[in-house]
Ligand binder design. Structure first.
Ligand code: NAP
Length: 264
């Protein structure tokens, strides 16, 4: 299927690794002009930008001025913006609600929710200018499965999913579509990095972190397909939603979790 993304200008947040990296790769392969932002210029994002003629912007998107810098760089480079992917989001696991102080709530909301608010606010005038833009927000199953160990992250993702609907309502008449993706566990450094969640899942099971990710996590989380999601699978869904193939889809959230969520 030709997605028709050739020469579309796409801004991606949190793009240095994981899902953001996969989205940058997929959009770049589809011919989009990618402008990728995160704090660290990883070898992988540098290679992708080189291969697809994209730009990398080193930026802290949890800082109030970060989103504006990223969007301004894209607009100055290309004269327009067609697609925004609000991918950035992060958390640290806590023992429960009483273990999360104000600073931790604020940090997770800055990364997961306010980065998307600020980047959308900066990008929307550009998306509206050509009347036909798209925003894709990367939310999480935790928006509707609020685990106590990530209570702050779950609330921030629920807010992001809610914002998706509000923006879709306001801007659909002007030609900008806004959708979200809600992944279950995805094989990224969020899980696989040293000290990441895969090691936590492996603790006491006699399995390696990698084995835990392939065996323990799908079982513990009730993932019906028996495996977690690959970043490429989220990226391909994102590319479809960003494209004109999804021209009449807005205000929708697409779960990609191998059947983890059991309710209708
Ligand atoms: N992995 C999962 O299982 C899963 C499941 C559901 C939803 N999600 C969501 O999917 C999205 C991507 O997750 P991921 O697992 O791919 O994350 P990841 O592997 O931890 O990658 C996060 C990316 O964001 C960048 N980043 C972190 N803090 C930043 C900041 N302050 N400013 C700019 N960039 C920053 C990181 O680079 P730097 O640190 O160098 O800046 C990195 O490139 C997130 O919204 C996450 O909540 C993930």
């Amino acid at each position: 299927m030709n997605l028709g993304l050739t020469d579309k200008v796409a801004v991606i947040t949190g793009a240095g690794k994981g899902i953001g990296l996969a989205i940058t790769e997929t959009l770049g392969r589809e011919g989009a002009r990618v402008v990728a932002g995160s704090r660290t210029r990883t070898p992988e994002i540098a290679a992708l930008c080189e291969r697809y003629g994209g730009a990398f912007v080193p930026v802290d998107l949890a800082e109030a001025g970060g989103p504006d810098l990223l969007v301004r760089t894209a607009a100055e480079r290309h004269g327009r913006i067609d697609v925004l992917v609000n991918n950035l989001g992060a958390t640290s696991a806590r023992s429960g609600f009483l273990d999360v102080d104000d600073a931790q709530w604020q940090r997770v909301f800055d990364l997961t929710f306010f980065s998307a608010v600020r980047t959308s606010r900066a990008a929307l005038p550009h998306l509206l200018a050509d009347s036909g833009g798209a925003i894709v927000n990367v939310s999480s199953v935790n928006a509707r499965l609020p685990f106590p160990t990530v209570v702050h992250y779950s609330a921030a993702k629920a807010a992001l999913s809610n914002l998706t609907k509000a923006l879709s309502e306001e801007f659909a008449p002007q030609g900008v579509r806004v959708n979200s993706i809600a992944p279950g566990p995805v094989r990224t450094p969020f899980w696989t990095a040293p000290g990441g969640l895969a090691e936590t899942a492996a603790a006491g099971t006699g399995k390696s972190a990698e084995e835990a990710l392939d065996e323990v996590v799908p079982r513990q989380m009730g993932i019906s397909t028996g495996r977690i999601t690959e970043p490429r699978e989220v990226a391909e869904l994102c590319a479809f939603l960003a494209s004109a193939r999804a021209a009449n889809i807005t205000g929708a959230e697409f779960v990609i979790d191998g059947g983890q969520i059991k309710t209708t």
